[in-house]
Design a protein around this ligand. Structure first.
Ligand SMILES: NC(=O)c1ccc[n+]([C@@H]2O[C@H](COP(=O)([O-])OP(=O)(O)OC[C@H]3O[C@@H](n4cnc5c(N)ncnc54)[C@H](OP(=O)(O)O)[C@@H]3O)[C@@H](O)[C@H]2O)c1
Length: 260
C-alpha cells in the first residue's frame, strides 16, 4: 500500500465501530495519523493499539459529537498534539426507524443532534485548524438522496447533511478545501442494532449489503483526491439516478417494497 497520506492528520468520528473503524484503518495504512473519535473509549483504545502495533499512528479521543464542548476539546487536543487537521471524516451517525406518523419528537431531535449538528460542530471546530488542501468527507446515505418508507426521520437527517455539504463545498473552495459526500447503501455493521426504533415493526427485505471495508476504501480515496459525490456500488448509483429521473415510478416500487 502506497503511503499517499503520509504526514496528514485525519480525524474520524464514529471510529469505534463499522464504517468509521474501517476508515480509520484504511487511512492509517496510507500513512495518515488518525484521530479516533467516538464515545466507546475502550474500543477506541483497542483500535489505537492495533494501528500502532501495525506501524501506524493513532490517537484515541473520547468524543460525543452531539456535545459542542466535547467536539471543541477534540479539536483543541488535535491542534495541540498534532498541529492541525488535514482530513475530517464526519461518519458518526445513528439510525431511526418508524413511520412518519408515529415518530417521536425526542427521537428525531436525537438523530438530528448526532447526524446533522454533530458534523456541523466538527466542521466548525476543524475549519480554523485546517490547512490548504484540507478534505471534509461527510458520510451520508443513498436514502439521503431518495427517502424510503419507515425510516423517514433518518432520511431527513442525511438529506439535511447533503444540503450542508453542498453549500459548504462552495464556501470553502477558495481556501483549497474539498467537501465530499459519500452515499453508502446497506453496509454490514452494527448500525441496525444501534438504531432507535419507534415501534417493533418489520423493515422488510433489505439487500445483504457491502462490508464496511468497501466503504472505507471509498472514503480513503476521497481523502487522497477529493471528489464531490461518492457512491460505493453501481446499484446504489443506479437507484439514486433512476429515482431522481423517474420519481413517480420510484414511489410505486417503494410502496410495493414497503408492503413487503
Ligand atoms: N450501515 C449502513 O447500512 C449504513 C448505510 C448508509 C449510511 N450509513 C452511515 O454510516 C455511518 C456509520 O455507520 P455504521 O454503519 O458504521 O454504524 P455503527 O457500526 O453503528 O457505527 C456508528 C458509529 O457512530 C458513533 N456514534 C454514535 N453516536 C455518537 C455520538 N453521539 N458521538 C460520537 N460518535 C457517535 C458510534 O460510536 P459510539 O457509540 O462509541 O459513540 C459508532 O462508532 C453513519 O453515519 C450511518 O448513518 C450506514
Amino acid at each position: 500500500m502506497q503511503r499517499t497520506l503520509e504526514g496528514r492528520v485525519a480525524v474520524v468520528t464514529g471510529a469505534s465501530s463499522g464504517i468509521g473503524e474501517a476508515a480509520a484503518r484504511a487511512l492509517a495504512h496510507r500513512g495518515a495519523t488518525v484521530v479516533l473519535a467516538a464515545r466507546a473509549e475502550e474500543r477506541l483504545d483497542f483500535l489505537e493499539r492495533e494501528i500502532s502495533a501495525s506501524g501506524g499512528r493513532a490517537l484515541a479521543v473520547r468524543t460525543d459529537v452531539s456535545d459542542r464542548a466535547s467536539v471543541e476539546a477534540l479539536a483543541g487536543r488535535v491542534e495541540g498534539e498534532l498541529g492541525g487537521i488535514d482530513i475530517l471524516v464526519n461518519n458518526a451517525g445513528v439510525g431511526l426507524s418508524g413511520r412518519v406518523e408515529d415518530l417521536r419528537a425526542e427521537d428525531l431531535r436525537h438523530v438530528f443532534e448526532v447526524n446533522l449538528l454533530g458534523p456541523l460542530s466538527c466542521i466548525q471546530a476543524a475549519l480554523p485548524h485546517m490547512r490548504e488542501g484540507g478534505r471534509i468527507i461527510n458520510v451520508s446515505s443513498v436514502v439521503g438522496k431518495r427517502a424510503i418508507p419507515k425510516v423517514g426521520g433518518y432520511c431527513a437527517t442525511k438529506s439535511a447533511l447533503n444540503a450542508l455539504s453542498d453549500a459548504l463545498r462552495l464556501e470553502v473552495a477558495e481556501r483549497g478545501i474539498s467537501v465530499t459526500s459519500v452515499y453508502p447503501g446497506t453496509t454490514r455493521t452494527e448500525f441496525s442494532k444501534n438504531s432507535r426504533r419507534t415501534r417493533d415493526e418489520e423493515r422488510g427485505w433489505r439487500p445483504r449489503g457491502v462490508t464496511p471495508g468497501r466503504v472505507a476504501e471509498k472514503i480513503a480515496r476521497a481523502a487522497e483526491s477529493g471528489g464531490r459525490d461518492v457512491y460505493v456500488t453501481l446499484p446504489d448509483r443506479v437507484f439514486v439516478t433512476a429515482a431522481t429521473l423517474l420519481p413517480g415510478l420510484a414511489d410505486r416500487l417503494l410502496r410495493l417494497w414497503a408492503r413487503g
